[in-house]
Design a protein around this ligand. Structure first.
Ligand code: ADP
Ligand code: MG
Length: 490
């Protein structure tokens, strides 16, 4: 039997507001435990929450970016449960009246087709604190750090529209790219700024009824997300093929051991006794306020990609990759502006630079080669000062901090030989030093000549230490060999 998989995501986006959602405490990451939780975050008697208007505006920005309805009224509710990292005894969240209604986000699959993922809704809520187990306080002990309590979150809930781990990751990356382009989230996944819960079910190929799903919580890397989904799909198929039934449950995934395990089943699920929070007024959002925010919305990844294609004439595929990050596309635009050859600029940014950054595991903001400097290097290739091959050598030296392209080219004497007289001498000397190769060329059939010519080109490039202008040299060599062949045949 063949199986189809069905996936829906719940995404927690930590907003990068300076203060918390209901208090003036700082949201800065990495502070000393419990130094950033105030009486309001702990719901001490007599305190009252005040909604952070920046969090509301961030939510409106996201709503516009995911083509969603923004209802005029939304309401905060209390979700009651007991857990040590939840000092209030309830989480202030939204349920029936979320701040963002139905929306849709297009994604582009590998084969170029577009798929629209429906957004069920997105709501505002506060984050909980963190339990730390057997950390610095010794084994068997747990500590609570409440710094994160009250940090504003937006939870985005999709419809079950994704059909594979690959699609889920494409969508997750799209959301990452959207929220970082909007500037509402720092996107630091390792610090938990973006966390994914994946709902997974399978059904017989072609069936339209949904199967029983499980939810794997709190995945904070695209890699783990992909692994967890694939593992869960396989687990469910195996159960069903063995005649069993999938139990609706909440699961966890351990990225170290590559294993998934059950956390709690539906029967053990909490009864949260939601009710509207009496301490917070309904949030009213006027049309004119939404329009004001719409006007100030920055360029979004899809718009940028379209602009890169029309303004620079690069391919849609390259433009799409460049537009996933604001920093990357900014970088590209500086390189392209400097060298005035956008295609080469895209090749160098996505090829040499990204390759090097990935190996070194560095974000583009920390690139040892500045965009202006890469622009000059690409310009030196385009104006034939150096060949593409030598340019890679120069790039290596620039990466190691040995100077700018021009300094390295000058100090190492890497300038391409373009002078016709010098090239002529070079070609003539290689021809007279390699009579066998030349004879091979003359006596071989036309279909083999390209290869034979390549052999002689190799000799010339070696002799010139890679500096001979390949195009001019090739033309000269071809002409000379042609003359020799004609002489022989006469
Ligand atoms: P609950 O109210 O129990 O949290 P929801 O209906 O809100 O459940 O769904 C939560 C998430 O699970 C959504 O992202 C939704 O798309 C996804 N989901 C629901 N049913 C399925 C299913 N059968 N298979 C995969 N995902 C599902
Ligand atoms: Mg849910």
């Amino acid at each position: 039997m063949r199986w189809d998989s069905v996936i829906g995501l719940e995404i927690h986006v930590q907003l990068s507001t300076v203060t918390k959602i209901f208090s003036g405490a700082s949201t800065l990451f990495g502070a000393k435990p419990n130094s950033q939780a105030c009486a309001i975050d702990l719901a001490m008697p007599g305190t009252l929450p005040v909604l952070n208007s920046k969090a509301v505006d961030n939510a409106i920005m996201l709503g516009l970016a995911i083509n969603a309805e923004i209802p005029p009224i939304s309401i905060f509710e209390r979700k009651n449960y007991f857990y040590p990292d939840l000092p209030k005894g309830y989480q202030t969240t939204q349920l029936e009246w979320p701040i963002i209604g139905k929306g849709k986000v297009p994604i582009f699959l590998k084969d170029g087709t577009k798929k629209e993922i429906r957004i069920h809704h997105a709501h505002l809520e506060e984050d909980a604190g963190k339990s730390l187990h057997s950390g610095s306080f010794g084994s068997g002990l747990s500590g609570i750090d409440l710094n994160r309590a009250g940090t504003p979150l937006i939870e985005i809930v999709t419809e079950p529209d994704l059909s594979s781990a690959t699609e889920a990751v494409i969508f997750a990356k799209k959301i990452h790219s959207l929220v970082t382009s909007l500037g509402i989230c720092d996107g630091h996944m390792a610090e938990g700024s973006l966390r994914f819960d994946v709902n997974v079910s399978v059904r017989p190929n072609g069936s339209t009824a949904l199967g029983t799903r499980t939810e794997t919580k709190n995945l904070n890397s695209f890699k783990f997300m992909k692994e967890a989904i694939i593992l869960e799909i396989d687990r469910q198929i195996e159960i069903l093929e063995d005649g069993g039934t999938v139990i609706q449950e909440t699961r966890l995934y351990n990225g170290e051991t590559k294993t998934g395990y059950s956390m709690r089943s539906k029967e053990e699920a909490n009864d949260y006794r939601y009710f509207p929070c009496p301490d917070l007024l309904p949030v009213k959002i006027t049309k004119s306020h939404v329009q004001e925010i719409q006007k100030k919305l920055p360029e979004l990844p899809d718009e940028r990609s379209i602009r890169l294609v029309s303004e620079y004439g690069i391919g849609a595929f390259e433009a799409d990759i460049l537009s996933t990050s604001k920093e990357l596309s900014n970088y590209f635009e500086i390189v392209a502006g400097k060298c005035k050859n956008p295609k080469q600029a895209a090749n160098w940014t996505l090829g040499e630079l990204m390759g090097r950054l990935n190996t070194a595991n560095l974000p583009i903001m920390e690139s040892p080669v500045a965009a202006e400097d890469l622009g000059v290097l690409v310009e030196r290739v385009c104006d034939h000062t150096i060949s593409g091959k030598i340019a890679k050598q120069v790039f290596e030296a620039m990466w190691k901090g040995e100077g700018t392209a021009d300094v390295i080219i000058r100090d190492r004497n890497l300038k391409q030989l373009t002078d016709l007289k010098t090239l002529n001498e070079l070609v003539t000397s290689v021809i007279s030093d390699n009579p066998k190769m030349v004879n091979d060329f003359i006596t071989s059939g036309p279909q083999h000549r390209k290869k034979k010519l390549g052999g002689l080109m190799g000799q010339i490039m070696r002799r010139s230490k890679g500096q001979a202008d390949p195009k001019r040299t090739n033309d000269l060599l071809a002409r000379k060999l042609c003359e020799l062949t004609n002489e022989q045949e006469d």
